[in-house]
Design a protein around this ligand. Sequence first.
Ligand code: AMP
Length: 292
Amino acid sequence: MIDLAPLHNPHNLRGIAASRAVLGADVPHVAVFDTAFHHTIPERAYLYAIPYQLYRRHKVRRYGFHGTSHRYVAYRWRELTGVPRDRTRIITLHLGNGCSACAIDGGNSIDTSMGFTPLEGLVMGTRSGDLDPAVLEYLGAKEGLSPSDVDNLLNKQSGLLGLSGLTNDMRELLAEADENDDRRARLAIDIFCYRARKYIGAYLAALGGADAIVFAGGIGENSAEIRAQICDGLGWAGVEVDEAANARMVGGAEGRITTESARLAVWVIPTDEELLIARDTYRVVTGAAARF
Ligand code: AMP
């Protein structure tokens, strides 16, 4: 699968080889794929509307990433609310340096915002997220950029960094916007929040309504301001943020940030990908039954 992710898979394999060199060939190695949780996404959501034979020939489709995080957050939400897995209908937002949204129905991922690579979807620290593919050729011609230059531009110089011209760090952007009234820092934040809200709207439609929206990731877990801005304008869907609860949910705190009367609950649940990786590894090695 190196072909599909040339920047990542060779390094992952090197990690396995290096560990094997230290631990010996008898110690089993388990690879926990960030795409695995998204295997339940139906064809209608994972296929791009390009000639079908290109999907067959080159496996060009949406795979989704951050699966371990979305899976953990959904599992933890069920644990906190007592809702059974098959009745779990929620939208999870992993907002860190990389960002993605996931629509979860019956406990399974049915759609997610990252695609063939982690470039698609939400605005991220340095990635553009959704973009008209025609921009690639146009920019290549105008700026004299090769396809790999454009790829680099969209992955490493875009998103919050590209829009603000300052930084990919949300903390710094918020400080610039609040303290120095920096227009482009504010613009980057506005675009980030607007895109996230659009995906929530799309996934509410995909799911036919949801029982909760859950924030995770460095930004989702720590920034009450960003959560409030994303939720602002979701009143029609039943979201009513409790300002005090929202302000409390930072630095690893876990809980609901909407009022008692809100029809659509919003939660903050710090992600724990390491825990699921450890559990998956244990399960694969011992053959124990799946819990999630
Ligand atoms: P992650 O990739 O999950 O570690 O998240 C990194 C992102 O979270 C960076 O953009 C950080 O600026 C952001 N972040 C961390 N703490 C805060 C905070 N207190 N307020 C706003 N953003 C934060």
